[in-house]
Design a protein around this ligand. Structure first.
Ligand code: AMP
Ligand code: MG
Length: 267
Protein backbone atom coordinates (compact mmCIF):
# COMPACT_ATOMS: atom_id res chain seq x y z
CA UNK A 1 0.00 0.00 0.00
CA UNK A 2 1.30 3.45 -0.86
CA UNK A 3 0.93 6.18 1.71
CA UNK A 4 1.46 8.69 -1.13
CA UNK A 5 -2.19 8.09 -1.92
CA UNK A 6 -3.16 10.23 1.08
CA UNK A 7 -0.62 12.99 0.55
CA UNK A 8 -1.85 16.28 -0.85
CA UNK A 9 0.47 16.93 -3.75
CA UNK A 10 -1.65 19.36 -5.75
CA UNK A 11 -2.70 21.76 -2.99
CA UNK A 12 -4.21 24.48 -5.14
CA UNK A 13 -6.92 22.22 -6.49
CA UNK A 14 -7.44 20.35 -3.22
CA UNK A 15 -11.15 19.76 -2.68
CA UNK A 16 -12.19 18.07 0.56
CA UNK A 17 -15.58 17.10 -0.86
CA UNK A 18 -13.88 14.68 -3.27
CA UNK A 19 -12.59 12.59 -0.36
CA UNK A 20 -14.99 10.09 1.17
CA UNK A 21 -14.39 9.68 4.93
CA UNK A 22 -15.32 5.99 4.57
CA UNK A 23 -13.03 5.31 1.65
CA UNK A 24 -10.59 2.41 2.06
CA UNK A 25 -8.58 2.82 -1.13
CA UNK A 26 -4.85 2.72 -0.48
CA UNK A 27 -5.21 0.75 2.76
CA UNK A 28 -6.77 -2.33 4.33
CA UNK A 29 -10.29 -3.09 3.19
CA UNK A 30 -11.52 -4.69 6.41
CA UNK A 31 -11.06 -4.37 10.14
CA UNK A 32 -9.71 -7.92 10.27
CA UNK A 33 -7.04 -7.12 7.71
CA UNK A 34 -6.06 -3.95 9.58
CA UNK A 35 -5.82 -5.74 12.94
CA UNK A 36 -3.83 -8.56 11.42
CA UNK A 37 -1.18 -6.11 10.29
CA UNK A 38 -1.22 -3.95 13.39
CA UNK A 39 1.12 -5.99 15.57
CA UNK A 40 3.92 -6.19 13.01
CA UNK A 41 3.51 -2.48 12.34
CA UNK A 42 3.83 -1.64 16.03
CA UNK A 43 7.04 -3.64 16.21
CA UNK A 44 8.40 -1.95 13.11
CA UNK A 45 7.53 1.46 14.53
CA UNK A 46 9.25 0.63 17.81
CA UNK A 47 12.41 -0.50 15.98
CA UNK A 48 12.50 2.59 13.79
CA UNK A 49 11.95 4.86 16.77
CA UNK A 50 14.74 3.18 18.68
CA UNK A 51 17.30 3.69 15.93
CA UNK A 52 16.17 7.31 15.48
CA UNK A 53 16.78 7.79 19.20
CA UNK A 54 20.13 6.00 19.14
CA UNK A 55 21.37 7.94 16.14
CA UNK A 56 20.38 11.16 17.89
CA UNK A 57 20.54 13.36 14.77
CA UNK A 58 17.12 13.65 13.21
CA UNK A 59 13.89 15.06 14.57
CA UNK A 60 10.29 14.22 13.68
CA UNK A 61 7.22 16.38 14.18
CA UNK A 62 3.77 14.87 13.69
CA UNK A 63 0.77 17.22 13.61
CA UNK A 64 -2.73 15.83 14.21
CA UNK A 65 -5.73 17.93 13.32
CA UNK A 66 -9.39 17.15 12.76
CA UNK A 67 -12.88 18.09 13.85
CA UNK A 68 -14.08 17.22 17.35
CA UNK A 69 -14.38 13.42 17.74
CA UNK A 70 -12.27 12.78 14.62
CA UNK A 71 -9.99 10.54 16.69
CA UNK A 72 -6.88 12.53 17.47
CA UNK A 73 -6.56 10.94 20.92
CA UNK A 74 -7.29 7.50 19.50
CA UNK A 75 -4.63 7.89 16.82
CA UNK A 76 -2.09 9.00 19.46
CA UNK A 77 -2.93 5.97 21.59
CA UNK A 78 -2.50 3.65 18.64
CA UNK A 79 0.80 5.12 17.48
CA UNK A 80 2.24 5.21 20.98
CA UNK A 81 1.48 1.61 21.85
CA UNK A 82 4.71 -0.31 21.80
CA UNK A 83 6.93 2.77 21.53
CA UNK A 84 9.34 3.63 24.29
CA UNK A 85 8.07 6.80 25.98
CA UNK A 86 11.64 7.98 26.54
CA UNK A 87 11.94 9.87 23.29
CA UNK A 88 8.37 10.41 22.17
CA UNK A 89 6.34 13.29 23.52
CA UNK A 90 2.72 14.17 22.99
CA UNK A 91 1.79 17.83 23.33
CA UNK A 92 -1.88 18.85 23.39
CA UNK A 93 -2.69 22.44 22.56
CA UNK A 94 -5.77 23.78 24.30
CA UNK A 95 -7.31 27.23 24.44
CA UNK A 96 -4.37 29.63 24.92
CA UNK A 97 -3.71 30.90 28.44
CA UNK A 98 -3.48 34.62 29.21
CA UNK A 99 0.32 34.73 28.95
CA UNK A 100 0.16 32.78 25.69
CA UNK A 101 -2.28 35.33 24.31
CA UNK A 102 0.13 38.14 25.16
CA UNK A 103 2.56 36.69 22.63
CA UNK A 104 2.54 35.79 18.98
CA UNK A 105 0.69 32.52 18.29
CA UNK A 106 3.86 30.54 17.51
CA UNK A 107 5.46 31.45 20.83
CA UNK A 108 3.80 28.59 22.68
CA UNK A 109 4.51 26.15 19.86
CA UNK A 110 8.23 26.56 19.32
CA UNK A 111 9.49 25.24 22.71
CA UNK A 112 7.78 21.92 22.01
CA UNK A 113 9.31 21.09 18.62
CA UNK A 114 11.43 17.91 18.68
CA UNK A 115 15.12 17.84 19.42
CA UNK A 116 17.67 15.32 18.12
CA UNK A 117 16.40 11.75 18.18
CA UNK A 118 12.92 12.80 19.24
CA UNK A 119 9.44 12.27 17.87
CA UNK A 120 6.88 14.81 19.01
CA UNK A 121 3.17 14.47 18.31
CA UNK A 122 1.09 17.64 18.36
CA UNK A 123 -2.53 16.93 19.30
CA UNK A 124 -3.89 20.16 17.78
CA UNK A 125 -1.29 22.74 16.92
CA UNK A 126 -0.54 26.16 15.46
CA UNK A 127 -3.20 25.30 12.88
CA UNK A 128 -5.87 26.13 15.47
CA UNK A 129 -4.83 29.74 14.83
CA UNK A 130 -6.25 29.52 11.30
CA UNK A 131 -9.13 27.20 12.25
CA UNK A 132 -11.02 27.91 15.49
CA UNK A 133 -9.58 31.43 15.49
CA UNK A 134 -10.84 32.05 11.97
CA UNK A 135 -14.25 30.43 12.48
CA UNK A 136 -14.89 32.41 15.68
CA UNK A 137 -13.21 35.57 14.43
CA UNK A 138 -11.00 35.66 17.51
CA UNK A 139 -8.70 37.97 15.58
CA UNK A 140 -9.52 40.12 12.54
CA UNK A 141 -9.30 38.58 9.07
CA UNK A 142 -6.29 40.65 8.04
CA UNK A 143 -4.43 39.10 11.00
CA UNK A 144 -5.29 35.40 10.44
CA UNK A 145 -4.97 35.51 6.68
CA UNK A 146 -1.26 36.35 6.98
CA UNK A 147 -0.72 33.27 9.11
CA UNK A 148 -0.70 30.70 6.30
CA UNK A 149 2.48 32.20 4.90
CA UNK A 150 3.92 32.63 8.39
CA UNK A 151 3.23 28.98 9.17
CA UNK A 152 4.88 27.90 5.91
CA UNK A 153 7.92 30.02 6.77
CA UNK A 154 8.07 28.63 10.32
CA UNK A 155 7.80 25.06 9.11
CA UNK A 156 10.41 25.63 6.42
CA UNK A 157 12.78 26.99 9.02
CA UNK A 158 12.21 23.87 11.13
CA UNK A 159 12.70 21.61 8.11
CA UNK A 160 15.93 23.39 7.19
CA UNK A 161 17.10 22.70 10.71
CA UNK A 162 16.56 18.98 10.49
CA UNK A 163 12.91 18.54 11.49
CA UNK A 164 10.88 16.14 9.36
CA UNK A 165 7.27 17.29 9.48
CA UNK A 166 4.15 15.34 8.65
CA UNK A 167 0.65 16.62 9.15
CA UNK A 168 -2.51 14.55 9.33
CA UNK A 169 -6.04 15.76 8.82
CA UNK A 170 -8.40 13.14 10.25
CA UNK A 171 -11.37 13.47 7.94
CA UNK A 172 -14.75 12.38 9.36
CA UNK A 173 -18.28 12.88 8.08
CA UNK A 174 -20.90 14.98 9.79
CA UNK A 175 -23.00 11.83 10.33
CA UNK A 176 -20.12 10.02 12.00
CA UNK A 177 -19.56 12.98 14.30
CA UNK A 178 -23.24 12.87 15.30
CA UNK A 179 -22.86 9.23 16.29
CA UNK A 180 -19.70 9.81 18.25
CA UNK A 181 -21.11 12.80 20.11
CA UNK A 182 -24.23 10.80 20.92
CA UNK A 183 -22.03 8.00 22.24
CA UNK A 184 -20.29 10.51 24.48
CA UNK A 185 -23.66 11.52 25.89
CA UNK A 186 -24.94 7.96 26.30
CA UNK A 187 -21.88 6.02 27.44
CA UNK A 188 -20.82 6.68 31.05
CA UNK A 189 -17.22 5.80 30.15
CA UNK A 190 -17.17 8.40 27.38
CA UNK A 191 -19.15 11.17 29.03
CA UNK A 192 -16.03 12.84 30.39
CA UNK A 193 -14.96 13.62 26.84
CA UNK A 194 -18.10 15.59 26.11
CA UNK A 195 -17.34 19.26 26.35
CA UNK A 196 -19.67 22.09 26.91
CA UNK A 197 -19.68 23.81 23.52
CA UNK A 198 -19.22 20.69 21.38
CA UNK A 199 -22.77 20.98 20.06
CA UNK A 200 -22.33 24.68 19.35
CA UNK A 201 -19.13 23.87 17.43
CA UNK A 202 -20.98 21.24 15.44
CA UNK A 203 -23.35 23.92 14.16
CA UNK A 204 -20.32 25.54 12.56
CA UNK A 205 -19.42 22.38 10.62
CA UNK A 206 -19.43 24.10 7.22
CA UNK A 207 -17.32 26.99 8.44
CA UNK A 208 -14.76 24.59 9.91
CA UNK A 209 -14.74 22.55 6.74
CA UNK A 210 -14.00 25.61 4.69
CA UNK A 211 -11.28 26.67 7.11
CA UNK A 212 -9.70 23.20 6.93
CA UNK A 213 -9.85 23.14 3.17
CA UNK A 214 -8.18 26.53 2.98
CA UNK A 215 -5.51 25.56 5.50
CA UNK A 216 -4.65 22.41 3.55
CA UNK A 217 -4.58 24.34 0.27
CA UNK A 218 -2.31 27.02 1.61
CA UNK A 219 0.04 25.00 3.81
CA UNK A 220 0.65 21.74 1.93
CA UNK A 221 4.31 22.11 1.10
CA UNK A 222 7.14 19.85 0.05
CA UNK A 223 8.79 20.36 3.42
CA UNK A 224 5.60 19.82 5.47
CA UNK A 225 2.95 17.86 3.56
CA UNK A 226 -0.61 17.23 4.66
CA UNK A 227 -2.04 13.71 4.62
CA UNK A 228 -5.82 13.46 4.44
CA UNK A 229 -6.92 10.35 6.29
CA UNK A 230 -10.44 8.98 5.79
CA UNK A 231 -11.36 8.53 9.45
CA UNK A 232 -14.94 7.35 9.79
CA UNK A 233 -13.47 3.91 10.42
CA UNK A 234 -11.07 3.92 13.34
CA UNK A 235 -9.10 0.88 12.16
CA UNK A 236 -8.49 2.49 8.80
CA UNK A 237 -7.44 5.78 10.37
CA UNK A 238 -5.03 4.05 12.75
CA UNK A 239 -3.53 1.98 9.99
CA UNK A 240 -2.92 4.90 7.64
CA UNK A 241 -1.39 7.11 10.33
CA UNK A 242 0.94 4.33 11.50
CA UNK A 243 1.86 3.32 7.93
CA UNK A 244 2.69 6.91 7.01
CA UNK A 245 4.91 7.36 10.05
CA UNK A 246 6.68 4.07 9.30
CA UNK A 247 7.21 5.10 5.68
CA UNK A 248 8.63 8.46 6.76
CA UNK A 249 10.97 6.95 9.34
CA UNK A 250 12.20 4.36 6.84
CA UNK A 251 13.14 7.14 4.43
CA UNK A 252 15.18 8.86 7.15
CA UNK A 253 17.38 5.77 7.09
CA UNK A 254 18.74 6.24 10.60
CA UNK A 255 21.77 4.22 11.62
CA UNK A 256 22.98 2.93 14.96
CA UNK A 257 26.16 4.83 15.86
CA UNK A 258 29.28 2.67 15.68
CA UNK A 259 31.72 4.33 18.05
CA UNK A 260 35.28 3.05 17.93
CA UNK A 261 35.52 0.88 21.01
CA UNK A 262 38.80 -0.81 20.24
CA UNK A 263 40.77 -1.04 23.44
CA UNK A 264 37.62 -1.31 25.57
CA UNK A 265 37.48 -4.61 27.35
CA UNK A 266 34.94 -6.08 29.75
CA UNK A 267 36.93 -7.60 32.64
P1 AMP B 1 -9.82 19.23 23.16
O1 AMP B 1 -8.87 18.95 22.02
O2 AMP B 1 -11.14 18.55 22.98
O3 AMP B 1 -9.22 18.98 24.50
O4 AMP B 1 -10.17 20.77 23.12
C1 AMP B 1 -9.22 21.77 23.07
C2 AMP B 1 -9.92 23.05 22.70
O5 AMP B 1 -8.94 24.11 22.64
C3 AMP B 1 -10.60 23.00 21.34
O6 AMP B 1 -11.90 23.49 21.43
C4 AMP B 1 -9.74 23.94 20.50
O7 AMP B 1 -10.46 24.58 19.48
C5 AMP B 1 -9.21 24.91 21.54
N1 AMP B 1 -8.00 25.58 21.07
C6 AMP B 1 -6.82 25.03 20.77
N2 AMP B 1 -5.96 25.95 20.30
C7 AMP B 1 -6.63 27.13 20.30
C8 AMP B 1 -6.28 28.46 19.91
N3 AMP B 1 -5.08 28.75 19.42
N4 AMP B 1 -7.24 29.41 20.06
C9 AMP B 1 -8.46 29.10 20.53
N5 AMP B 1 -8.84 27.87 20.92
C10 AMP B 1 -7.94 26.90 20.80
MG1 MG C 1 -13.03 18.22 22.66
Amino acid sequence: MGVKHFCVDDPESFDLSTIDPRDTAGGPSSKEEALEKAEAMHERLADLQEVLYAENKQKVLIVLQGMDTSGKDGAVRHVMSGISPASVRVVSFKKPTEPELWHDYLWRIHPHVPGNGEIVIFNRSHYEDVLVVRVHELVPKDVWKKRYQQINDFERMLAENGVTILKFFLHISREEQAERLQARLDDPTKRWKFQHGDLEERKLWNEYREAYQDAVRKTSTKWAPWYIVPSDRKWFRNHVVAATIIDTLEKLDCKYPQPDLSGEQVE
